[in-house]
Ligand binder design. Structure first.
Ligand code: NDP
Ligand code: OXD
Length: 314
């Protein structure tokens, strides 16, 4: 029986050493060394090559090396086995750090003061809003959205969150469904997106949505922060909204095409922060341990945790 590690572009030696230490005595294969397809029992994957996971007759489960699973579910030849994703406190905490950092950077006008420092300009004549004056709306109230919401509320922001199903949480205004989205957008000075990429959410961050954001908030316009997936956003619409004033600023960690093409205007737009899809890189030891523990539990007859609902797509 073997474990297939399929994560093109990742350092296979580094990862296989970690998995071998946690799961001693197992055979590990990669797409390049895969010879006996009938021996593969588990697949550990990040953006696996299309069709690779088909025709593995003894495959019992697929483990995503990240929290998202769109990179696996998009394979039209995906076998019908459970897919488990990473839910890890280290990853969650790092995402909340990034979200809080960017909410605070927009609140405290970091770009402006960096420019002023470069120009040796002492301009303190400013009306500084406090976090309590600013309304944050979070799209997605799952593992990541919930943690970020709690931390932003602790900083004093007025926090709301939107999910598919109805939720409640102390101190957070919760919205769900289509009507809930309208109500939440209307009070989002900062819109944070922590949604998964599914058929229902693809392209949701578009011109029509930006037009429903308030312009009268204390930041002088709405700000978009997206760390969900690049496929959630229409980049041409973001740039047009920044130019028209429908958006005041944006922080983007994910992009339609990654790496972000060199000629994208997002790189140089003065109101945009770009980070290279690393808002929440969890420690490799934490990821490997989480997957190894799942495999060991499964072999003791325990149910897999964090299994994806394939109908919902997340
Ligand atoms: P969860 O599955 O825990 O949460 C997803 C949330 O989105 C849930 O609240 C869900 O609603 C909501 N949702 C999904 N579809 C819809 C919809 N159509 N309408 C309204 N709400 C919807 O995921 P996580 O919080 O763990 O992760 C979210 C995403 O973050 C991942 O899928 C991944 O793409 C991204 N990510 C990005 C990283 C990065 O480095 N940039 C790192 C890690 C993750 P409900 O609660 O009702 O189900
Ligand atoms: C993830 C990611 O989904 O890093 O974990 O994007």
């Amino acid at each position: 029986m073997s474990l297939l590690f399929a994560a093109p572009g990742w350092d296979e030696g580094f990862w296989l050493k970690r998995f071998a230490a946690l799961l001693p005595g197992r055979a590990f294969v990669t797409p390049q060394t895969l010879a006996d397809r009938a021996a593969v029992r588990y697949a550990i994957a990040w953006r696996p090559p299309r069709g690779l996971l088909a025709d593995l007759p003894r495959l019992e489960a697929i483990f995503s090396l990240g929290a998202g699973v769109d990179h696996i579910l998009s394979d039209p030849r995906l076998p019908d086995v459970p897919i488990a994703r990473i839910v890890d406190p280290d990853l969650t905490a790092r995402m909340s750090e990034w979200v809080a950092l960017h909410c605070l950077m927009h609140l405290r006008q970091t770009r402006r003061y960096e420019r002023q420092q470069r120009e040796r300009m002492w301009d303190d004549d400013d009306d500084q809003p406090a976090a309590r004056d600013v309304r944050v709306g979070i799209l997605g109230f799952g593992e990541l959205g919930r943690d970020a919401a709690g931390k932003l509320a602790a900083l004093g922001f007025q926090v709301a969150a939107w999910s598919a199903s109805a939720k409640s949480a102390p101190g957070i205004a919760c919205f769900d469904g289509a009507a809930g989205l309208e109500a939440m957008l209307a009070r989002a000075d900062i819109l944070v997106c922590l949604l998964p990429l599914t058929a229902a959410t693809r392209g949701i961050l578009n011109a029509s949505l930006f037009a429903r954001l308030p312009r009268e908030g204390r930041l002088g316009g709405a700000v978009l922060i997206n760390a969900g997936r690049g496929g959630l956003q229409v980049e041409a619409d973001i740039l047009a909204a920044l130019d028209s004033g429908a958006l005041k600023g944006a922080s983007l960690d994910v992009f339609e095409t990654e790496p972000l093409p060199k000629d994208s205007r997002l790189w140089t737009h003065p109101a945009v922060y770009v980070s290279p899809h690393n808002s929440a890189i969890s420690h490799p030891d934490a990821v490997a341990r989480a997957i190894a523990e799942q495999i060991q539990a499964h072999e003791r007859g325990e149910p897999l945790r964090n299994v994806v609902d394939r109908k919902k797509g997340y």
